[in-house]
Design a protein around this ligand. Structure first.
Ligand code: GAR
Length: 218
């Protein structure tokens, strides 16, 4: 018997965020456990990460279904069968139907490599550089129908450094994703997160630093 929150992770690719969640869940006393990893892509490397950790995996190929609704139903069935209580999207590159999103409202979270609501969608790092922002970052949020939208749980800020290109920036943001995502999962699993009027409140949720200013002027 376990009273840990049962998590299902949906992936499409390499799964470094999945790995961060696997590692967090392996810590003694971590309040969540990953019961199922689903990929919509056969050869997603994340599947190997899950198998190595002894986690059940399933491939549900979106191409095998006539409609998005049928694909989402298959996802829903698999998740329910495994008793999943919370879905973590971790580089899952499929848009979900409104029905699926509503069914899992406040029980599905996503990580996105920008400080939302800025830079939704793809190619976020290059777009941040092109916009000339001096601070970028990542966001973990509850999923709503609009892509990369929904109540924000955790954000981490990453300064743009001289000479950054999108790969360098992406790598530094990814490191923060690997901290922010397990943190958000832990806070939810500890029942410290509530959503009121689409704003998240985190019990005792104090920031780790007062501010990040870039450039610093020094
Ligand atoms: C991550 O950077 C994640 O933030 C991004 O895909 C990458 C997946 O990497 N997700 C999105 O852009 C969602 N809109 P991973 O497979 O190594 O975790």
């Amino acid at each position: 018997m376990t009273d840990k929150l049962k998590v299902g992770v949906l992936i499409s690719g390499r799964g470094t965020n999945l790995q961060a969640l696997i590692d967090a869940c392996a810590e003694p006393g971590f309040p969540a456990t990953i019961a199922l990893v689903i990929s919509n892509v056969d050869d997603a490397y994340g599947l190997q990460r899950a198998e190595k950790a002894g986690i059940a995996t399933q491939v549900i190929r979106h191409q095998a279904f006539d409609s998005r609704a049928d694909f989402d139903n298959a996802l829903d069935n698999a998740l329910r069968k495994s008793g999943i209580e919370l879905i973590c999207l971790a580089g899952f590159m499929r848009l979900l139907t409104a029905e699926f999103v509503d069914t899992w409202r406040d029980r599905m979270i996503n990580v996105h490599p920008s400080l939302l609501p800025a830079f939704k969608g793809l190619d976020t790092h290059q777009r941040a550089l092109d916009a000339g922002v001096t601070i970028a970052g990542c966001t973990v949020h509850f999923v709503r129908i609009e892509m990369d939208d929904g109540p924000i749980i955790v954000q981490a800020a990453v300064p743009i450094l001289p000479g950054d290109d999108s790969d360098r920036l992406a790598a530094r943001i990814l490191e923060k994703e690997h901290v922010a995502y397990p943190l958000a999962l832990r806070l939810i699993a500890e029942n410290k997160v509530t959503v009121t009027d689409e704003i998240v409140h985190v019990e005792n949720g104090a920031p780790s630093a007062e501010s990040l200013i870039n450039p610093s002027g020094n």
